[in-house]
Design a protein around this ligand. Structure first.
Ligand SMILES: [Zn+2]
Ligand SMILES: [Zn+2]
Length: 133
């Protein structure tokens, strides 16, 4: 165990080591800038490829509220989505989340970038067929 090197690597990524992780390849780190504590891979810290997941989620929640949505959590796959020919690979949908429209209560998987730009509308209330082509 070369702790000195890990501490140097953590400092470079603006992290502090607070506890051992659940595997020998991870540690619990505290983000210096926001104070959140999170488990990260030591290798990711070494490559300085670390973002605070809790801050990202908090940011997404704020953006959702601004767009008239509630952020519910990770994507929920629906037969409808699959029928549209959108292929999601595995469980990894980093840019999508499951939201509820506050105005009507309908739920949908939306791209976080579209939510940020407030370019979202409820397809169930405003069917796509009503869009003039
Ligand atoms: Zn944070
Ligand atoms: Zn709706």
């Amino acid at each position: 165990m070369c702790w000195e090197r890990r501490i140097v690597e953590a400092n470079a990524a603006r992290l502090k080591i607070v506890a051992p992780g659940q595997s020998p390849f991870t540690l619990i780190y505290r983000h210096v800038d926001c104070g959140h504590e999170q488990e990260h891979e030591i290798a990711s810290v070494r490559r300085n490829k670390i973002t605070c997941g809790q801050c990202i989620e908090a940011g997404l929640r704020d953006e959702a509220k601004a767009a008239g949505l509630a952020l519910l959590g990770p994507v929920i796959l629906q037969a409808e989505v699959l029928a549209e020919g959108i292929t999601f690979i595995g469980q990894d949908f980093p840019r999508f989340r499951h939201y509820r429209f506050l105005s009507c209560g309908h739920e949908a998987n939306l791209h976080t970038e579209q939510v940020r730009k407030k370019e979202v509308k409820c397809d169930l209330c405003q069917p796509r067929s009503s869009v003039p082509f």
